[in-house]
Every structure is written in structure tokens, then in C-alpha cells.
Design a binder for this molecule. Sequence first.
Ligand SMILES: [Zn+2]
Length: 364
Amino acid sequence: PDLLARLNRITSPNELYTGASLIFVENGKPPASGGRVTLAPGQSFLELSASHGLNPWQLSAGNAVSSSASVLPGEVLRLPGEGNTGPSALPGAVESVNITPLPLMQGEAAVITLAADPGLTASGQFGEYPLSFYPYNGEYIAVQGVHAMLEPGLYPLAISGSLPDGTPFGFTQNVFVRADQFVYDVPLTVAEETIDPAVTKPEDQQWKALTAPQTPEKLWDGKWILPSNLFTQAWCLETLECFSSRFGNRRSYNGSDYDFYHTGLDLFGGVGIDILAPAAGEVVFSGFLTVRGNATVINHGWGVYSAYMHQSEMLVKQGDTVVPGQVIGKIGGTGRVQGPHLHWEILVGGIPVDPLDWLAQEYP
Ligand SMILES: [Zn+2]
């Protein structure tokens, strides 16, 4: 089972699902070691790998091959050397790697937990997202949002670092990202300047810079609360009727194609209704932006931010710390809106995720 898990880059049986394809080892044929091989015309990279008792990852790892499709017939490839323990071998000091949810979902935060000896340092990469691990309750945890429009499929998760004694370690496994079902909002009509790239691009850049820094202290605790007391959280989660537009909805503005998507949740509410902090954190921005209107951004630590847009009034300023339930502003209709509402956003590692998940479950 160890070898099977390694070949399929599986760290936990939880990753197996009905219909999953697995690579099996052909008996009686020891993996090739050392030497060079060449891709024959008409031969696939997988066939070449399998004919040498290797999986394609093992063959590509030693040859700076980014994609099996990039290998051309006649190209000379180096076989792994003696004593290669495979790319996914976990060092003894790392007991387990746990990834939730599995498979990962578009528009949801991934939580990656390393159970390991104290004193370990680790960082990682999931697809194109860098990962930072923070020590927490005797484990090491990284959180990262998965983009709502990320192409579903397999993405490499690579983790590396050094053990308490300084020994470097590293391993890679593929993780599946599943498609979520997003709906199409009715076409929206908004002020022309709020969809002008000359306005939206610099504002998006400013937004990206605001929500990029990762601070090592986790400021939130447990499930988050609804940022409005116009409804009870239980009713809102049960009926989903307190929102005028869900996270991830595909959008068309002023007759455009549906190439926009909704990066937050829109809560019903008229001008002047209280907006509450859903979790503890520190305010890093409070000000007017053309698209987002009067906007407040709260840093919750570990690269998790929340934001409140289109406010009529902002009641906290940069540097303020907030507690759950604290009134931070009033609902309004400033910025790119058709009418007053609260646009509530949660960003994890710079990527917007569905805030409903943070009301329904604890991260981590
Ligand atoms: Zn919105």
C-alpha cells in the first residue's frame, strides 16, 4: 500500500473516491535506474515511463519537463538515479498531510495541515498559489482560496522546508479541484465608468496589494457571524433568502459577455442598516473606491481578509481592532451598484471565497 500511495501521490485514504484512476505497479519489473531514454515517434510520455517501470511524474521530475505534452520525439531524457525514494516520500518527522475539503472546490478555501514535530519550517505551492504554514495547536496550517473560475482538474501541491535538525525535505502530490455550480445573474446595468478598465484595473491592483500581506497571528476564532442583524444566522443559512446575489454568480455588465463573476455575497438591506464585524481582526483600509464605493477591509491574519462595500457610512478606520458583532459601518449604495445592499467579501491568500462557508463551518 505504501508504494501504491506513493505512485499515486496520496497522503491519506480520504483522497480516494469512487471512480478514481490509480497507477499500479507491474510485478516482476524493477524500476529502471540511471541511463538515458528517448521518446519514440508515436509513443506517449506515459508509455515511455511505464515501459521503464516509472510513473510519468518520476520521469519528468528529473528532466525539467513541465508538461508531458512538451516532450518531443527524439528528446533524450535522464532516468532517475539509484536510491531515489520517489517524489512523495514523507520524512519521518512529518506524520501526515491533511487537505480539506477533498476534492478541493472552486471558490472554497483549502486548509492544508501538517502534523509534524515542533521546530519544523515549511512553505509550499499549490498550482500558482504560494503557501505559508503557521504553527497552530501543535500542527502547521496553511489556508488558500481556490479561484471560482479555476479550470477543474489536477493541480500539484508541493511542500518543502526543513526538519527541526535542519535536514531539508520536500514532496509533491496532485490534488483534484472540482467544479462548483454557479448561476447566471440577470444582466446588470451600472454607471459606465465603473466598468471602464482605466478605472477598474488600478483599483483592482490597489485591492490586490491591500489583501496580499500575510500576518502570522490568527485573529479569528471559530465560526463567523453574519455581518447584519437584520436576519438571524440560522434562518439565513437555512433559507438562503437574505442574499440578493450569491458568491460566484456569473455576471454581465451593460450588455457585456458573462466574463465577470461575483466575488462576494450581497446581503439585502437599506441605507443606514448596521454592518457588523463577523470575526475579530484589524482594519487595514477604510475609504472610497470608484467600483467598491465606501469600502472597509479587515485583516484576520494568515492571509485571510474580509471586506464591506457600498457603505453609506464607515465607522472604523485603518489601525482599529474590531471584535465580532461590533458595528463597523452602515449599508449604502455607493460605487458600482444598482441599489443599496452590502457586498461582503472574504479573501484567502488573495483569492475571493464563498463567505457562506465561513458562517457554516470553522476554519481551520
Ligand atoms: Zn456584490
